[in-house]
Design a protein. Sequence first.
Length: 72
Amino acid sequence: MTLDKCKRGQKLKIMNIPNELIRLQAIRFGISEGSIVTCEEVVPAGPVVVGMFKQQIAIGRDLARNIAVQPI
């Protein structure tokens, strides 16, 4: 499953970020493989908002489409 398919309220573990450039962008947000995030909001035709460490991060759909996650 990829991050763009998550549902609001789901807790997710980041499993794989295959593309090196996307991995670097995600690391700038504080997200890396093994991180636990909560899906806060999925904006229709917009970003996926995830929360971690009491902050919310809006991740664009193209970026979210390339981040493999697993529900926990």
